[in-house]
Design a binder for this molecule. Structure first.
Ligand SMILES: O=C(O)CCC(=O)C(=O)O
Ligand SMILES: [Fe+2]
Length: 278
């Protein structure tokens, strides 16, 4: 994707076309001219790397248990943290909240929905998660991150130069080449649910790697946790006789509980909420 913030109407149409095609076919697209300076993307990656390479004694105060660890069959070869005590996070955050807003607009336009929908659907709540994948001596025996789709509306993902991120496309794993400073936007389950499968969430995974460490930063656009009782389902305005609802209307609480119980790997958590599954 090229510049998305130009005022040029024709160019915007072109960009929306690209977003629509990529979101409907691949479930993800790359953002090139997103406005976040290279110094900021480089510094956040370096900052997260430094944080994880500190002494265990210092890191201990940030330990908590990962809900997936006791559910999934395999433990992921990575560490993750959601709140880093780093100044660079504050800077990155300012850029990413602005960018998330731009991406919401693009995705809604690509879906043919009015921008007014924005406030109603996206009670936006961004969560930043930083990942550190240590070099793995036997990468063929495990994964950095098991196959999954994100439970978010969408995710803004920044990765360093090591690589290993793969998306499932027509039953084949496709590697996303790391390109410095670019961001990947991947469609999450919640967006798939509300647009009734027009854009599908992207199944992805991260390979474990002998060359490491690898660092990535994911910003998930979720619903507000206080919105746990709000009902989400296929939007009425996109449904028709030819496009009947595929999913039940559910709360995020129900969805997240099922997502965690199911664990990473295996089938999509959304399948459980298909109307035909009953
Ligand atoms: O590390 C990555 O590149 C991807 C991580 C990821 O998919 C996730 O945390 O949901
Ligand atoms: Fe993910």
């Amino acid at each position: 994707m090229k510049s998305v913030d130009q005022d040029d109407h024709c160019r915007r149409k072109e960009v929306i076309g690209e977003v629509r095609r990529a979101s409907g076919t691949w479930g993800f697209f790359r953002l090139v001219n997103h406005g976040i300076p290279l110094t900021v993307t480089d510094e956040i990656i370096k900052g997260i790397k430094r944080f994880h390479e500190q002494d265990t004694e210092i890191k201990k105060q940030f330990y908590s248990s990962d809900p997936d660890l006791y559910v999934s069959k395999y433990a992921n070869w990575r560490d993750r943290l959601e709140s880093y005590p780093l100044d660079i996070i504050v800077q990155y955050w300012k850029h990413i909240t602005k960018l998330a807003d731009t991406v919401i607009g693009l995705l809604l336009e690509a879906l043919g929905l009015e921008k007014d929908h924005l406030k109603r659907i996206f009670t936006d709540f961004l969560v930043l998660s930083g990942h550190y994948y240590p070099a793995c001596p036997e990468p063929e025996l495990t994964l950095g991150t098991s196959k999954h789709s994100d439970p978010s509306f969408f995710t803004l993902l920044l990765q360093d130069h090591i690589g290993g991120l793969q998306f499932l496309h027509r039953n084949q794993w496709v590697t996303v080449k790391p390109i410095s400073g670019t961001l990947i936007v991947n469609i999450g389950d919640l967006l798939q649910l509300i647009n009734n499968d027009k854009f599908k969430s992207a199944e992805h995974r991260v390979l474990a790697n002998r060359n490491g460490p690898r660092v990535s930063v994911a910003c998930f656009l979720n619903t507000k946790s206080s919105d746990n009782t709000k009902i989400y389902g296929p939007l009425k305005e996109i449904l028709s006789e030819e496009n009947p609802p595929i999913y039940k209307y559910i709360t995020m609480k129900e969805y997240i509980e099922h997502y965690i119980k199911k664990g990473l790997g295996g089938v999509s958590a959304l399948d459980h909420f298909k109307l035909s599954s009953n």
